[in-house]
Design a protein. Structure first.
Length: 286
């Protein structure tokens, strides 16, 4: 789940052969270009390129994978933009988003761009818990939904990406004697919560709940304060949080994120919006 601006910056470095030329091409500074690359590497969880003493860049294996992803993603962005500009739309679109998706990446900006490009469309966004929003979608009260799905996805669901989950703690966290792993979680039902508990119990590790909240901001605040640890995708980790080293707690795999739409959608506006959802959101690199 990578921001378009960071992908563009990455490709500019590659296409211009270095940081200085990339900065010149975008009327930016070398430090800005470098900072954006660091943000992309943090989201990817890997180093993407190296530089020798002469400033010549080389892509790592993960960097080559991200390059292919970036070029395809930005190509689809441009294609979708051309389609939107060529087709003035009207009517209404109701989109549901789980709290974690709404808080990650550049989705509010993408939705704002859609509104600017299609002023005739009334866009309404509802943010809430994924399981409840799935029921809202089934009742036909929203048209589309972006959410993670832990169980078998329903017919018509389009997988957008999978993201590695990591155990996170305060950047100043240190292990202390306790009566088991102290968990900070979303309120149930929640895929992150159930995945965390299952991973611990499969290894016969004791745990106890110390903080339960319905919101991502609540989870972040509790973890940053050092109340306990949580299980989150890398894209949701703040600078005040850190991933625990591999092996300290059992791996929890990856979480899949999907786009769902009402099966009876027939109007052109919602059909175009559905296509936008399925092309503007890039998958993560495996």
């Amino acid at each position: 789940m990578f921001e378009s601006d960071l992908l563009n910056n990455f490709l500019n470095i590659i296409d211009h052969g270095g940081f200085t030329a990339a900065a010149t091409s975008t009327h930016s500074t070398q430090s800005t270009v470098s900072a954006k690359l660091s943000r992309l590497e943090a989201q990817a969880g890997h180093r993407l390129m190296t530089r020798n003493r002469r400033g010549v860049i080389s892509l790592t294996r993960q960097g080559r994978e991200i390059e292919a992803l970036a070029r395809e993603t930005l190509r689809m962005h441009a294609l979708t933009r051309r389609r939107l500009e060529a087709q003035p739309l009207s009517g209404s679109v109701k989109l549901g988003m789980s709290d974690d998706i709404a808080s990650a990446g550049n989705y509010p900006r993408l939705l704002a761009e859609f509104r600017r490009e299609q002023p005739g469309v009334q866009l309404e966004v509802v943010v809430g818990a994924g399981p409840e929003l799935r029921r809202v979608l089934e009742r036909g009260e929203i048209d589309h939904l972006l959410c993670k799905i832990e169980d078998e996805p329903p017919a018509g669901a389009v997988e957008l990406w999978r993201e590695a989950l990591c155990w996170v703690a305060s950047a100043a966290w240190h292990e202390r004697p306790s009566d088991g792993v102290e968990l900070v979680t979303f309120a149930p039902p929640c895929g992150y919560r159930s995945r965390a508990i299952r991973a611990l119990e499969q290894q016969n590790l004791r745990w106890r709940s110390v903080y339960v909240t319905p919101s991502l901001n609540g989870v972040r605040a509790a973890v940053e304060a050092g109340l306990g640890i949580s299980l989150l995708p890398r894209s949701l980790i703040t600078d005040a949080m850190t991933c625990l080293p591999p092996g300290q707690l059992p791996p929890a795999g990856r979480m899949a994120f999907f786009a769902l739409s009402r099966p009876d959608i027939a109007d052109r506006t919602n059909q175009v919006f559905k296509q936008m959802l399925e092309t503007l959101l890039p998958p993560a690199v495996e």
